[in-house]
Write a protein that binds this ligand. Structure first.
Ligand code: TRP
Length: 353
């Protein structure tokens, strides 16, 4: 590595050159998973989908997968929907820009090595670590009307850890709510490596620049809260969805001053209207901008931003068997890596021969 990226012996002014050992040259390994619980929405895009596409395009070695076992943690009673959700998710990811040649795109349940490694790592994962993960308590609370207090839900971040370490994922693009999961992953890895030897790699979360995207009710945008705007929504649906958003309750009519910092529409402008956000903020505060116009402006931006997505998604839906074929090719590429990791773990834990 050249110190400071400067070529030794270069003239005093020293042209800055790219460091010889760049992370991209080493092909840092990126991994993230998507639960097949319904169509991708703008919260996914701002969370990890946008970053997943960007990292692929920047030349990282990317592994992306459909986390269908994770779907069972909350939707075990809705497996009839699973096949359509899996297919829809794969097509959504392709339409969003995931290229199955450059990235390995596969389905978790087709990699049974994950299940064996989850069993083994479960033996060294203290219950207390799992119980204190905030998303566990949140899910129990948000889904109080459904019976989700199962072992699987508690083990969610352990299974997620296995997804990552089985391919030695180093960088994991996630939304902010997943940071505690990654922290747990790192603790499990450290515990494993201390007990049995340095086999597993500690992953790092990669947060998107956008904070959590709120949905129409002001809570986190999420399919289960029915407050989303789907990436494939047609323009009329996008307009209707945006109109249904709550705004500052004290701003009742145009002329009333608004508080952008508490308004979900403003949060979306921050992500999707970069050129207008300063003007929106100023004119909302003075009251000059009314919520109706403010929403209409956001809808225009969303419609334009996802027009390409909509077209590609419709096109991809016309090729029968596409999602299955992509997943079949992806599993072949990830299987040897997962097998090798599992063999190293078995050996380290003395399950040889
Ligand atoms: N928990 C992630 C989510 O809800 C999905 C997921 C499953 C995941 N396994 C993963 C993300 C491994 C990153 C790495 O978005």
């Amino acid at each position: 590595m050249v110190p400071n990226g400067r070529l030794p012996g270069a003239p005093g002014t020293g042209a800055i050159i790219a460091p010889i050992v760049s992370t991209v040259a080493e092909r840092t390994r990126v991994l993230t998973g998507f639960r097949p619980t319904g169509p991708l929405h703008v919260g996914h895009w701002a969370g990890n989908v946008g970053n997943a596409v960007r990292l692929q395009n920047e030349g990282y070695e990317c592994f992306y997968f459909v986390a269908d076992w994770h779907m069972l943690t909350t939707h075990y009673d809705r497996v009839d929907e699973l096949p359509a959700f899996v297919e829809g998710l794969v097509l959504d990811l392709l339409a969003a820009g995931i290229d199955p040649e450059r990235s390995v795109l596969y389905r978790q349940s087709q990699l049974p090595q994950v299940a064996e490694l989850a069993l083994l790592l479960g033996m060294i994962t203290p219950l207390g670590w799992l119980e204190r993960v905030p998303t566990y308590k949140e899910r129990l609370r948000d889904m109080a009307e459904r019976d989700v207090a199962n072992f699987g839900l508690l083990g969610y971040p352990l299974l997620q850890t296995v997804d990552i370490v089985i391919v030695h994922g180093e960088v994991v693009p996630v939304g902010e709510d997943q940071v505690s999961h990654l922290e747990l992953s790192r603790e499990i890895v450290r515990r494993f490596n201390r007990l049995y030897g340095e086999v597993l790699v500690e992953p790092q979360p990669l947060l998107s620049e956008t904070p959590l995207i709120p949905g129409s009710d002001g809570r986190k945008m999420s399919k289960s809260l029915d407050n989303t705007i789907e990436l494939s929504a047609d323009p009329d649906t996008i307009r209707a969805r945006v109109r249904s958003f709550v705004t500052d309750p004290k701003k009742i009519r145009r002329g009333d001053p608004g508080r952008p910092e508490i308004c979900p529409i403003f949060a979306l402008h921050g992500t999707f209207s970069p050129d207008d956000v300063a003007r929106v903020e100023a004119t909302c505060r003075t009251g000059e901008l009314g919520c109706v116009d403010c929403k209409s402006l956001l809808a225009d931006h969303l419609i334009e931003r996802f027009e390409g997505f909509r077209e590609r998604r419709a096109e991809l839906g016309r090729t029968p068997g596409l999602a299955k074929d992509v997943l079949a090719a992806g599993i072949e590429r990830v299987r040897p890596i997962a097998t090798q990791t599992l063999e190293a773990v078995r050996a380290a834990m003395r399950f040889e021969g």
